[in-house]
Structures are given as structure tokens and as C-alpha cells.
Write a protein that binds this ligand. Sequence first.
Ligand code: PRP
Length: 213
Amino acid sequence: MNEWLTIAMPKGRIFEEAVQLLRKAGFPIPPEFEESRKLIVDAPEANMRFILAKPMDVPTYVEHGVADIGVAGKDTMIEEERDVYEVLDLNISACYLAVAGLPEYEKSDVNPKVASKYPNLATQYFKQQGEQVEIIKLNGSIELAPLVGLADRIVDIVSTGQTLKENGLIELETIVPITSRLIVNPVSYRLKDTVIDDLVERVAQVIGVEEQV
Ligand code: PRP
């Protein structure tokens, strides 16, 4: 039972909550862990190696098997279909995806543009709504797009709503609620099933849900 697990963690806002969850589940992760700027951090007492990736990239590391498991936002899982198992809703970093724009925004038929970090998801959403739009892919600070006239609307994550508010934007439509998920590489799950099942069970107990495999 001394098998090591490699865990891909998203840098940024989800990170701390995910680490706390693992600690509560009884995995001894050193206190200096959060302060490190290293991208690979070992927690030898927990038999864990963490790789710290951009949130959008976590599923890529897990799909390619360089990480056994990962913590990924549901948004990243919807955006791109991945060959990974989504085993547990961690119920952390709750937020939602929404369409937003300037308060004076009015729907027009003339070449409407939507900026987003989620081009596939946004395309699918507007198709379902029966609206034809041009999607402009951005990598961050999406709220800038309507302010400078790059797009009429945006599809983005809303958490506290502060970013929209401070930039004078309003929410126009809610798309889907988002939380972080525990994802597992299918081959790792076969080879390290005991240790992965143990982790999933312990984390599930902390968040008070039945295992969702
Ligand atoms: C996310 C999201 C919004 C903001 C929402 O961006 O894209 O911009 O957070 O949070 P709020 O509702 O609490 O204001 P993030 O900070 O991850 O950075 P990004 O703009 O580089 O994507």
C-alpha cells in the first residue's frame, strides 16, 4: 500500500480549498505546501506528488496519464471531452457560467459577437438557443471584451459577481452551475485501484456524499 499517487492540481482559487479537503481526509500535506512556487511538490508522508497546472490544463495531464488523478472544474470538463473518469463532485469552488454584457445591450441580428474562454461550450449553448453568433476566443480577463467593443456579450464564470459589477456589466442569462470534480486516468484506476478507491472514499466522507463512481 505504499504506492504513490501523482495528483494534478489547479493553481489559483481552487487550489487552497482542494488542499484543505485532502488534509481533512487525513492526508498529511505539509503546511509550507501553499507557499511554494515549485510546480512539482512532493508530500512523502502522504505518498503523493502534486503537479501544479493551469486549471484548464489539469484534464490534459490526467488524460495523458502523467497524473493519476486531478482536481478539475466542471467548466473545463464541459469545454473539452476527455478520456478520464469523473469520480466525485468535490462541491468546492462553486460558481456558474453565464452570459453577460453591458446594461444597454440589445440583441441584434447583425453579426453578434461573444467572447469566451470556452469556445466549444459557448458555441453549443447559442446553438441550443437557436442563435447564430461569432465566438471570439480569449484566454482571460473576458470582461474586457464588451468594454472595448471586441464583443457584444461574454460567456464566463461568475463567482461573487464582483468582476461583472466593477466593470459595469450585467448578467443576461445563467447557463450552468459549476463545481470542482475529482477526475481519474482510466489506466491508473486499473493499476492503482486500491489506493485511488481509498482516497476517493476518504474525500467523499469528508464532503458527506456517497462515492459517485
Ligand atoms: C474568473 C472569471 C471571472 C471572475 C469571476 O477569472 O473568468 O473573470 O473569475 O469571479 P467573480 O464573480 O468572483 O468576480 P479569473 O480570476 O480566474 O481570471 P481570468 O480572468 O484570467 O480567467
